[in-house]
Design a protein around this ligand. Structure first.
Ligand code: UDP
Length: 260
């Protein structure tokens, strides 16, 4: 295995399936399958899940709710999703699963204590980090990178739906669109490639955390990333960006692109 400890970042949308809001049991079971597939292979897994299937802070401001208050609601949404995920994962009886939260809710989840989180992971427990940073004015991208660095994960796996990675253009509309196989953090920031929030990419860059952007819809994709396959897009400090015309063309060779 290339990675023995990773952090998976899921959007709240991942638990909603084809709906915009709420929960879909099929989607929840799919996530459980994918996480347990990795766990069974011996990789230590941490998870950060967003709250967009319930509430995002920027929606609250449209409704006239003060931004900081709306973000508190959003953070609580991530707690609900984390507990839901723990419930589904634990029901399989294959792994011990803990939720650690940045906002104290002592009767339902443990507080986030960094060394305790690492200890859980060393014991093979799946750890779900809830409530983001506990602070407003950000999404869960930043705390996902932060927790990954804190627990010494070797990579963050950013799960996407309906896309195989980062492209130069929308591959559904532009046949010449190229997928980045490997892209430098600075290219992502400079060109505002919308894989993750910029603040999260910069934090990852400053601490050398590898970011994999990949299609979570494909069963086994996450495990293949950890086994070392070139799945999706890797954001790292690669000396030059590497592009491929499309999936089918990848066998024909990669097209190196110099840094501007
Ligand atoms: N949030 C926050 N601080 C954090 C993490 C999240 O205030 O450290 C709030 C913010 O309002 C955000 C919401 O929680 O919109 C839900 O998270 P996110 O938008 O990342 O959910 P996703 O889009 O990934 O489902």
């Amino acid at each position: 295995m290339r990675y023995s400890r990773i952090l998976l970042k899921l959007s709240g949308a991942a638990v909603a399936g084809h709906s915009e809001f709420g929960f879909d049991p099929t989607a929840l079971n799919f996530i459980a399958d994918e996480v347990l597939r990795l766990h069974e292979a011996g990789t230590e897994v941490g998870v950060v899940i967003g709250g967009g299937n319930i509430f995002r802070g920027n929606l609250g401001t449209q409704w006239g709710i003060e931004h900081a208050e709306a973000d508190n609601i959003g953070m609580m949404a991530t707690v609900i999703n984390s507990l839901m995920l723990r419930g589904v994962l634990a029901s399989r009886g294959k792994a011990e699963v803990r939720v650690m939260t940045a906002i104290p809710i002592n009767t339902v989840a443990e507080p986030f204590i960094r060394l305790r989180a690492i200890h859980h992971m060393e014991k093979g427990y799946i750890v779900i980090f809830a409530a983001g940073t506990g602070q407003p004015f950000m999404t869960t991208d930043y705390p996902a990178v932060q927790r990954a660095i804190e627990v010494r994960a070797q990579a963050l796996l950013a799960a996407k739906s309906g896309t195989d990675g980062i492209y130069t253009a929308d591959p559904n509309r532009d046949a010449t669109a190229q997928r980045f196989v490997c892209v430098n953090y600075d290219t992502v920031v400079r060109n505002n490639l919308r894989a993750m929030d910029q603040s999260a990419v910069i934090l990852a860059r400053d601490h050398g955390l590898r970011l994999h952007v990949f299609n979570f819809d494909q069963p086994g994709a996450m495990r293949r990333v950890c086994e070392g396959e070139d799945v999706g897009t890797l954001i790292t400090n690669c000396p030059e960006d590497v592009l491929v015309v499309d999936q089918r063309a990848s066998a024909a060779g990669l097209l190196p692109v110099s840094q501007p």
